[in-house]
Design a protein around this ligand. Structure first.
Ligand code: KG4
Ligand code: ZN
Length: 347
């Protein structure tokens, strides 16, 4: 099964050719440098940058797979089983660029167009090991999706069998990392910067609240971010050591909260696996805390390779292949939906 996939929901323009779960070729163009001076993603700039790069990115992925685009408007039949793209959630203008590119490729290659849920892609990215989707998810499991725009906990009983257990009531975990980084004058994206600086922290650290530890599975991170802001108001002009201590204390509060909720979901529903995906799941402390908390709940924590935690097109291609492999007669939507919720297509 050969799939071409395109990802443009936020600040990465990405394309991938995937054959039977094996990455044949992939290209990612990151817009981080473009957004850095604004300390966050500027949607209009993101759309324009996707537009500028998309042809190059798709062409590079195709060429990497030894596939040439036909010249002179000629069509190629029966090469790809599907052309997939992220139809949401994400930035509307940015997603639209990916859809137009995917639609065009689907026409040229005479392949069906499949719109995929970006967050489902983040979950399935856990299956990639050394370029192949060999590390199959073991269902039923708890799925923790932690990205710049989303923090959600699902129960997954199989591919396409999802049920939402909890989500953030305000900021996403990645958003909290980015905001705290901004408070400390660190570069965008904040997650990796906070993680790096936290490594330099000594033993003396402020203590921040673990929000929403009320026995439920929803999250809230805006109070934690405010606690950091108040701390910095009361302790102004922190030196390097104090900034490192804030990073470490904040990161610990986020990691503990996420780990505890994932473990709680495993306990509550008798799940033996907790899978984490999305940019924040690249965080080493979160991984360590989640492994420990889940082990105590009798569950194994699994993650994507770090490279596939952040946005990429391989996960989108894989999500399309898992749909096709299911053998179900599915209706594939190609509608752009910036607020797309998880979709259960497997039952
Ligand atoms: O999944 P992703 O690439 O894009 C979205 O779909 O949003 O996630 C990006 C988010 C950013 O908020 C970034 O700060 C965060 O993931 N992130 C991290 C780390 N790497 C990226 N957060 C904590 N620790 C990290 N190592
Ligand atoms: Zn993402």
């Amino acid at each position: 099964m050969l799939t071409l996939a395109i990802e443009t929901t936020c600040d990465e323009t990405a394309a991938c050719v995937l054959r039977d779960g094996r990455i044949v070729s992939e290209t990612v163009f990151s817009q981080i440098a473009l957004h850095r001076r604004y300390s966050g993603v500027v949607p209009e700039l993101a759309s324009r940058a996707h537009l500028e790069k998309i042809n190059h990115v798709v062409r590079a992925a195709l060429e990497g797979a030894g596939i040439e685009l036909p010249a002179g408007g000629k069509k190629v039949k029966k090469l790809f089983d599907a052309v997939a793209f992220s139809r949401g959630p994400g930035l509307p203008g940015a997603i639209l660029v990916g859809r137009v590119a995917a639609q065009t490729a689907a026409k040229v290659f005479g392949a069906p167009l499949i719109g995929v849920n970006h967050l489902e892609g983040h979950l399935l990215a856990c299956e990639f090991r050394k370029g192949r989707a060999d590390a199959r998810l073991e269902f039923p499991l708890a799925a923790l999706i932690v990205s710049g725009g989303h923090t959600e906990l699902w129960r997954a009983d199989g591919y396409g069998e999802y049920e939402l257990l909890g989500r953030t009531r305000d900021d996403a975990a990645g958003e909290a990392f980015d905001k705290v980084a901004r408070l400390l004058g660190l570069a965008y994206p904040g997650g990796p910067e906070v993680e790096r600086l936290a490594l330099k922290a000594g033993g003396k650290r402020p203590s921040f609240p673990r929000p929403f530890m009320d026995g439920g599975l929803d999250f809230s991170f805006s109070g934690l971010k405010t606690a950091v802001a108040y701390y910095l108001r009361d302790n102004p002009r922190p030196g390097a050591a104090a900034r490192a201590a804030v990073c470490a204390a904040f990161q610990e509060a986020v990691a503990d909260t996420l780990a505890a909720k994932a473990a709680l979901a495993c306990r509550k529903y008798g799940l033996r696996t907790a899978a984490a995906g999305g940019g924040v799941s690249a965080n080493s402390l979160l991984r360590a805390r989640m492994e420990r908390a889940c082990a105590e709940a009798g569950a194994r924590a699994v993650f994507s390779e770090k490279k596939y935690c952040t946005d990429n097109a391989a996960m989108i291609a894989l999500a399309a292949q898992r749909r096709l492999e299911s053998g179900r007669r599915l209706k594939h939507s190609a509608e752009v939906d910036p607020d797309l919720e998880i979709e259960s297509w497997g039952r």
